[in-house]
Design a binder for this molecule. Structure first.
Ligand code: HXC
Length: 259
């Protein structure tokens, strides 16, 4: 499929890399971009050879938010009836293989929300995160008021959502919003390194780990622990579990076949 607002490539034969590509608008997220991003993620998810994905932007902007120009004139009726602006964001949640956000520059509004919808965030030292929607007379609309407090706690999330201020990479790492911060020129190497490691493991175990960690944000602790236990036990039905443990016992590298 030919894309106009994203670029897609495969690295190391097993990592799908998606680069948001509306540089003039600082990767503002319009309908076309979100459709293309969803399609590209789904295609990588369905590709047996791909074990992990990376979503990234440019040096200046991961994404500066939903496209304000595209939504400025909408009425409530437009947005509500057509589920406008938000309708194609849910696709990302349906992706079962891991998706890493490699964030440089601005990750604002929907850009911050998109990063948080990924499984973890690796940030360049110039990254800036924020939910500035309040300055536009609205609030976050793609999970920002829900995922940000889960990531950084109530006080910082309220501060971000109510003042619209930005958080730099160091603060984002301290707060637990991002898993690692590296100099900008090392960002893709770091993200690719992580993705290649993930893609080298059993796809079944990786998908189970993602599904189980995500359960921590839904429901109760005891339900989550039981969900994890069931998946843990189920993995003993895979060849990859036999291979992984046999490889350890015999001091050799495991060769996972994703079965
Ligand atoms: C449309 C945008 C944009 C956006 C930037 N641009 N952000 N266009 N939607 N979200 C455009 C600018 O209009 C400008 O176009 C060009 O990109 C460069 O931006 P500048 O403002 O000139 O750059 P700079 O001075 O460096 O400032 C960068 C910035 C600022 C701080 C990121 O652009 C900014 O504050 N952007 C808006 C951020 C925001 O409010 N995001 C939340 C959106 S609401 P021209 O044509 O003038 O060169 C949202 C809701 C999510 O995300 C709902 C989820 C579904």
């Amino acid at each position: 499929m030919a894309y106009e607002t994203i670029e897609v490539r495969v690295e190391a034969d097993k990592v799908g890399v998606i680069t948001l590509n509306r540089p003039k608008q600082l990767n503002a997220l319009n309908d076309q971009l979100m459709n293309e991003l969803g399609a590209a993620l789904k295609a990588f998810d369905a590709d047996e050879n791909i074990g992990c994905m990376i979503v990234t932007g440019s040096e200046k902007a991961f994404a500066a938010g939903a496209d304000i120009g595209a939504m400025a004139k909408y009425s409530f009726a437009d947005t509500y009836k057509g589920d406008y602006i938000t309708r194609n964001w849910e696709t990302i949640r349906s992706i079962r293989k891991p998706v890493i956000a490699a964030v440089s520059g601005f990750a604002l509004g929907g850009g911050c929300e998109l990063a948080m919808m990924c499984d973890f965030i690796i940030a360049a030292d110039n990254a800036r995160f924020g939910q500035p929607e309040i300055k536009l007379g609205v609030i976050p609309g793609a999970g920002g008021t829900q995922r940000l407090p889960r990531a950084v706690g109530k006080s910082k999330a309220m501060d971000m959502a109510l003042t619209g201020r930005m958080m730099d990479a160091a603060e984002a790492e301290r707060a637990g919003l991002v898993s690692r911060v590296v100099p900008y020129d090392k960002l893709m190497d770091e993200a690719l390194g992580a993705a290649i490691i993930v893609a080298g493991f059993s796809q079944i175990a990786v998908m189970a780990a993602k599904e189980s960690v995500n359960r921590a944000f839904e429901g109760t602790l005891s339900d989550g622990v039981m969900f994890e236990r069931r998946l843990f036990h189920a993995l003993f039905a895979t060849q990859d579990q036999k291979e992984g443990m046999d490889a350890f016992m015999n001091k050799r590298t495991a060769n996972f076949t994703h079965q």
